[in-house]
Design a protein around this ligand. Structure first.
Ligand SMILES: C[S@@+](CC[C@H](N)C(=O)[O-])C[C@H]1O[C@@H](n2cnc3c(N)ncnc32)[C@H](O)[C@@H]1O
Length: 299
């Protein structure tokens, strides 16, 4: 996934503008995980969004390692860690692809060391079959694989923005052509075709939540599983900053043919204000994301 690895990708903006994950979700993982907590590896960790949260939110692990293909992301993750070295003293970061755990020093006969492997908002970029085989090779028996993420938010109280939430990311004249595929389509479908293999994992749990269900109590009640609910009070300006963290925005910005066009994130603000003139750029409004998770335990 090249945009996040580009040396000019703004990984600091990514870290401050992307949503993080709610405490309630970490309770779901705590409850799900069985046994020892010596080592957790968070692959595709980016600037450490979930890695650093897990150090604070999960029942403690002795060691937490975040790994990512992008040296730019890992540099930012290390810098954020250094701001609070006491809180994050058991956390470290490695530049590594998601299916390589050589940084653990594990030889071919000594791989099953890891108690939990997480892949947050990144598994859509992976060769999923290869990834789950390497998870199987590196997790201990009964260890946890936890994959989760989010896509395509809505503003529940503003249905008149719904078409903008499709036009900005997927429009032909906006960011649509700039997503790397098939990664984005996989994320958009919330990894529905990437399933944990029951020959490798048991107690498999899957959740898929469409943010529009929040508008309908009857639909919400149909969810019997615990949900990953990512919601945030955000201003239009902050939302535009979030748009600027998308890999497709990075590609759009780099393309010379867009040089004289209005910035697509600014266009989103302008169009929202035109539709709801009572808002200002600084009014806080609620945004809710589509989310999914997949949990499994190694056989
Ligand atoms: C959208 S970011 C997610 C970062 C973080 N986990 C979070 O929750 O925000 C996706 C990350 O996956 C990384 N990535 C993409 N393909 C990868 C691969 N094959 N191996 C490791 N990391 C990868 C990218 O470099 C990027 O940092």
């Amino acid at each position: 996934m090249s945009a996040f690895s580009a040396s000019d990708f703004n990984s600091k903006r990514y870290s401050s503008s992307r949503p993080s994950y709610p405490s309630e979700f970490y309770r779901i993982i705590d409850k799900y995980h069985d046994g020892e907590r010596k080592l957790l590896v968070d692959v595709g960790c980016g600037p450490g969004t979930a890695t650093l949260q897990m150090a604070e939110e999960l029942r403690p692990f002795d060691r937490i390692i975040g790994s990512d293909l992008s040296a730019t992301m890992i540099k930012t993750a290390k810098a954020i860690r250094e701001e609070s070295p006491d809180i994050y003293r058991n956390v470290s970061f490695e530049v590594s692809p998601s299916d390589n755990f050589e940084f653990l020093g594990a030889g071919s006969t000594d791989k099953q060391k890891v108690d939990m492997i997480t892949a947050v908002e990144c598994a859509h970029w992976f060769d999923f079959q290869k990834f789950q085989r390497s998870v199987y090779a590196n997790l201990r028996k009964d260890g946890t694989i936890a994959i989760w993420g989010y896509a395509d938010p809505i503003f529940p109280a503003y249905p008149e923005f719904d078409d903008l939430m499709i036009e900005v990311p997927y429009g032909k004249e906006t960011l649509g052509p700039y997503w790397e595929q098939p990664g984005r389509s996989r994320l958009r479908s919330m990894l529905k075709d990437s399933n944990l293999n029951p020959a490798l994992f048991y107690d498999i749990r899957v959740s898929c939540f469409h943010a529009e269900d929040i508008r309908d109590q009857a639909k919400l009640r149909q969810h019997t599983e615990m949900l990953l609910l990512i919601r945030k009070q955000i201003t239009l300006v902050e939302f535009a900053e979030y748009v600027r963290t998308w890999s497709a925005y990075h590609g759009w910005k780099q393309d010379p043919k867009n040089k004289n066009k209005q910035d697509v994130a600014d266009w989103f603000i302008e169009e929202s204000l035109r539709r709801r003139p009572e808002l200002t750029v600084n009014t806080k409004i609620e945004v809710v994301w589509n989310t999914f998770y997949k949990l499994g335990k190694r056989i």
